[in-house]
Design a protein around this ligand. Sequence first.
Ligand code: PLP
Length: 406
Amino acid sequence: MLDPNKIKSRFPIFSDSENTDLVFLDNASTTQKPDVVVEKLNDFYSRYNANVHRGIYRIGELATMEYESVRKKIAGFINAKSEKNIVFTKGTTESINLVAYSWARKNLSPGDEILVTEMEHHSNLVPWQLAAQQTGATLRYIPITEAGELDLSDLEKYLNSKTKLVAIVHQSNILGTINPVKKIIDLAHNVGAKVLIDGAQYITHASLNVDELDCDFYAFSGHKMMGPTGVGVLYAKQVLLEEMDPFLSGGDMILSVSMEKSTWNDIPYKFEAGTPNIAQVIGLGAAIQFIEDTGIDKIDEFITSLTKTAITKLQSVRGLRIYGHGPSSDSTSVISFNLADIHPHDVAQFLDMDNIAVRAGHHCTQPVMLKYNISSTVRASLYIYNTPQDIERLVGSLQKTINFMS
Ligand code: PLP
């Protein structure tokens, strides 16, 4: 079993004199960075800072080699067939927008349907609302149950010959629910629909095999898996990337430019216009190496076990209601709750006075709020440097809050 105290000592932020008793439970929002990621960024800027795919001088070639080696690493990490399947973006949001602009606008027409779910992050919802408005397609929603799971009882009704795209979250950022994406992908393919998976939360702690899943697109962010901000990934099947038009245009994504027209670079470069986030990509490579050295299965096992402990302890707090995480639910890492009728922002502020960082709000999932008839929740989300003592501190502080407020 992974030792979170040992892991924690690898994260410089927790050694900062102002953070020594910080309990960081906002990991679904962004994760802290281990020493190897911070050092890698420093190393790039101090030893071989140069643009990529351009200079033929030594440090330019070194930067390009490091940058491209991360593409290969990511392909291996998610079991993609080739590094050509890996497009670097700014994050999950940009990856999804890339598909919404370059694939959806070309392939959708009036009468077509896009199927999403009621538990999507706004990043996997608003781009489809816009695409639907602009193409005349219709957006349909798989509902969620009171237990915070997808209600798949009528899935065959939602999937039909009009369905052209299914865009679905792998793990909910508010309920922690892990969706049975393989089953949905297979059924969607049976009606000829393409499938995009929003993997922003899932990939941070669980192993992923895009080849086995057979998804058409998979989107994720580097900063939620210990990498820097400003870098994300779109995995896409090669045939789709070949067919799609560019998203952003400018330098590096072209093969030739004349006064009249331009032709496009090979994939994946066709989708990477301008100077990319070089340091961030290289930093993400170090984060993935850290995950591989720690062991993704060990990470998953640890987080799932800590989540179970946290849920049991939280349930003992008077007036606390947890959303999702029913007895039969496949869920982990993210726990949303409300504490009696105390406003979530007040709860978060009380916790902050004890140096416990949680998030309060709608978590970019307003349809879920509507479903439960609430405006916001408190969210504690766990990662590998959280300890059982962190959970004790959270529960103790919540108990103090409810005693004080009543
Ligand atoms: N999808 C899910 C499930 C998320 O949790 C998030 C971020 O919280 C996003 C998409 C958007 O990620 P980013 O802001 O890194 O683009």
